[in-house]
Structures are given as C-alpha cells and as structure tokens.
Write a protein that binds this ligand. Structure first.
Ligand SMILES: Nc1ncnc2c1ncn2[C@@H]1O[C@H](COP(=O)(O)OP(=O)(O)OP(=O)(O)O)[C@@H](O)[C@H]1O
Ligand SMILES: [Mg+2]
Length: 263
C-alpha cells in the first residue's frame, strides 16, 4: 500500500486560487480512482462551500465536528469527516472559529505539529491516497501546522501585477518550516487566473524563472467564468462543466501533480 501523500495549497496573498485549485485537483484525482481527503483550514469555509451548500457548510462550521473541533476540543478526527456527493472524495470542514486557532495554538505542546498529529491516524489507516490541505491567506502558526503536516507545498500564484508581491515572504516561510520539517518540499508554483490578453503571465513566468529551485507547473489555469458559476452551484468546475477550458486545464494539472507525487 502506497503511503498517503499530503499536499498543502498555500500562498499568503489572498485570492490567488488556493481553494479553487485544491478543490479541482482533489476532484480530478478522485476521478483517477485515487481516494482523496480534502481539509478546509480556512475560516472563510471556501473549500467546504466548493462541495456543500451554505446551510450544510454553516452547520458543519458551528458544530464541533470540524478541523477546529479536532484541534481544540478533542473531537475524534474520524467523526469530523463527511462524504461529498462524489465517490472517493471526503471532506474535513472548517469552522468560523478557525481564526482563533492562531492564538490558541500558542499554548499547545509542540504547537507546530498539532495538525500533523491529528492526521496521523488517518495516514496510518491508509484510507486515502491523498490528503489536500487548503490554507488561509496568512503566514502564522496555523499555516505552519499545515505545512509541517505536509509532504508537498503547491503555491497557486495569480498572474497579476500584485501576484508576485509578497511571494518572497512565502519562500522565507517555507525555509523556516523546512528547518523543523525537512520532509516538506515545494512541488511547484501554479500560475492561475491568467488573462492571455494581458502581459502579466509572461512577466510572472519571467520573474519565477529567475528564482533558483522554484519549479513551475507547465499547465497554467486561465481566467474562466465557469469557475465562478461552478462555485455558485457548490461544485468543482470539472463536475459542473466538464468541457470548459478551466476544467480541462485542471484535469491536466492534476496529472502533473499525481506524476510528481507518485514518482
Ligand atoms: N481561473 C479562474 N477564473 C476565474 N475566476 C477564478 C479563477 N480562479 C479563481 N477564481 C476566482 O477568484 C477568487 C479567488 O479564488 P480562490 O478563492 O480560489 O482563491 P484563494 O487563494 O483560495 O483565496 P483566499 O486567499 O481568500 O483563500 C474566487 O472568487 C474564484 O471564484
Ligand atoms: Mg481560499
């Protein structure tokens, strides 16, 4: 049995496509017959909303059966996992209290490894091929926890004038995390929300190529209104409109991700 691979989607820049990429890669991997657990670690509940309606997302968020409940209230992790509408794809939802985790973690023993420890029984059970973690747009103790639990980091980066701004902080943070969790590696940067009519994609790519040891996925994700329609219907775009441009791009990106993770 292959080891469960844990991939964290993080970028301190907000709105860079983390939740969209996490949800669609997760769904695409499940279509490849991989068993996938999605973990929503953001109080915005976006990853949960990608698969469930608002009513369900809020009811998970208000109960103790979510990531916050597992981290802070001792809810057994197995009780916090919900089946999505799709085979091979489960979700550990977030809570609106998740922002408080940042401060509450400070009083915890081995505070960087709280998430790693609570995921350990799931990893040991071998129930999933992949666990995908959707991080909030911050660089604090919570994201430190997510990265310390992960084997790989994927950075979704928006092709925009401000997309690159602050990326250096993300790389510095990664180096810090790698000092306490050397297994973590950067799988790559995926350039998202690309508007091919504008020049920002080329500028972004050129800037990334100047950086050492930074791999960029060959598949880019272009701007596509189908993404927003899909999210409005609580579905990944691949399920909502499978022939749409972004659906095809995410299917290809997921192949690159699986190839890299399984090599
Ligand atoms: N390829 C795309 N085409 C069009 N809209 C997109 C695309 N990717 C993402 N979006 C939209 O951009 C917004 C931000 O995307 P998303 O929520 O995935 O980013 P995020 O990095 O998770 O944000 P946050 O930092 O707030 O968690 C959303 O409204 C989403 O619908
Ligand atoms: Mg998000």
């Amino acid at each position: 049995m292959a080891k469960t691979k844990i991939i964290c989607f993080a970028n301190n820049k907000g709105g860079s496509g983390k939740s969209t990429t996490c949800s669609n890669i997760g769904y695409a991997l499940s279509l490849q017959n991989k068993r996938v657990l999605l973990v929503d670690a953001d109080m915005q509940l976006n990853l949960t909303l990608a698969f469930f309606g608002e009513e369900d997302a809020l009811s998970f968020a208000k109960s103790d059966k979510n990531l916050y409940g597992a981290m802070m209230k001792g809810t057994p992790i197995s009780e916090c996992i919900y089946q999505t509408a799709y085979p091979n794809l489960d979700l550990l939802p977030s809570s609106t209290l998740m922002s408080g985790a940042e401060y509450e973690l400070f009083t915890k023993w081995q505070r960087e490894f709280v998430v790693k420890k609570l995921l350990a029984p799931i990893v040991e059970s071998g129930l999933y091929d992949y666990i995908l973690l959707d991080a909030p747009p911050t660089l604090g103790c919570l994201v430190m926890n997510l990265l310390c639990a992960a084997d790989f980091l994927i950075i979704p980066l928006e092709a925009s004038p401000w997309g690159l701004f602050g990326l250096a902080n993300m790389f510095d943070f990664l180096k810090e995390v790698q000092q306490i969790s050397p297994v973590l590696s950067l799988m790559g940067v995926v350039i998202t929300k690309v508007d091919t009519r504008k020049n920002y994609y080329k500028q972004t790519l050129a800037a990334l190529e100047e950086l050492e040891n930074v791999r960029v996925f060959s598949q880019i994700i272009r701007l596509d209104s189908a993404i927003e329609w899909a999210q409005d219907n609580s579905k990944p775009v691949i399920a909502f409109k499978k022939g749409s441009r972004s659906a095809l791009e995410y299917v290809e990106l997921a192949k690159e991700v699986a190839e890299y993770a399984d090599r």
